[in-house]
Design a protein around this ligand. Sequence first.
Ligand code: PLP
Length: 449
Amino acid sequence: MNTRTTKDWQAADASHHLHPFTDFKSLAGKGSRIITRADNIYLWDSEGHKLLDAMSGLWCVNVGYGRRELIDAATKQLETLPFYNSFFQTTTPPAIELAELLAQVTPPQFKHVFFSGSGSEGNDTIVRMVRRYWDLKGQPERSVIISRHNAYHGSTMAGASLGGMSGMHEQGGLPIPGIVHIEQPFWYESDRRLSRDEFGLKAARALEQKILEIGADKVAAFIGEPVQGAGGVIVPPATYWPEIQRICDRHGILLVSDEVICGFGRTGQWFGCETFGYRPDLMTFAKGVTSGYIPLGGVMVGERVAKVLIEEGGEFAHGYTYSGHPVACAVGIANIKLIQREGLVERVRTEIGPYLAETFAALAEHPLVGEVQTCGMMGALQLVKDKASGEMFDGKLEVGMVCRAHCFGNGLIMRAVGDRMIVAPPLVMTKAQIDEMAVLIRKCLDLTQ
Ligand code: PLP
């Protein structure tokens, strides 16, 4: 048994552990909150406090914590074959079975998968794959990839370059060449004189303008998250994605859907592109594929690209030691079967997602909230300075941090993105648990006011 006290943990943490997306100095002498166990949708810290995890860890624990099927699948695979790779003409049964299963649950154009260890690595694979595709098509000058401001596509050099986070671009010489960004479909932040649908068309048409500016013969692909997650759960107007699809088709550009957050039921369909009605050529996935129990990611390769890579490509000089890791794949198989058996995707679409939407609609009455957005089991509260005019907070956006601190102090894990408070709870959450979350949210909004 581990007998360290919280203070011991925190001292060792502060001395040795550099945390992601953290001001390292901020932990000096203070340390972090130490999360020690979890069950269903709850976490406990080292001092025994219970927290309702409204973020599914980091948007990944779709089936909730403590699921025996996933634990058993990992244990069994660890005992049988803890590791072997899929390089050099070998592979393992779990990698094959998961590839087969993914071909069944993804839209019909997808028959092939390339595994990675994470979403970031998946998006690095995307960059190499789309450029390889155009090389093989005899159009190597088609190399530019268009993405969006405030998108998040990972932390590797290519992932962070595809992403449109200015704070990330300021560090380490990003973006890498050949990646450009257009506006995001964030209606509330616009001047709001256009209706949402008009704004959706306008935001999508920024893609066409960029293509014309660069020259269509130089553009390889467009990449987007169905709903921008880390950017603040920005649900695009219904007109946005169909217009993006039309523009990509018109100019022959590959359409890439980053489903790292939206995949595996979060939006009420298996994949976000199905919710928003577009047909990507490639899809990145991670997180929900194993419900975060173990790292795994990858790229679904649609027939248009797969045919060229397979028939004309020769060796694709790319791969990761952990591409198709057997233990991760075994957990992925168990996770997908559990989602199927419990009908979680349909549950999000018809029952629990609509209940989250109703609950958030009621929270829209709060004086600090300008608007709410939900999509399946994702939601955002836009905090505003002035409810009547909808004037947003400017400057340093401290309000989200204040609200988040109240959440943390009151047993709720909710995330702040600037002045947007967001949730992405496990898909297994019950209505009673949504009510419980709403009581906590309301309390924290009151404390923030
Ligand atoms: N793409 C999206 C849409 C994400 O939200 C994330 C992570 O949050 C990534 C890619 C990167 O995934 P990972 O952190 O597994 O590398």
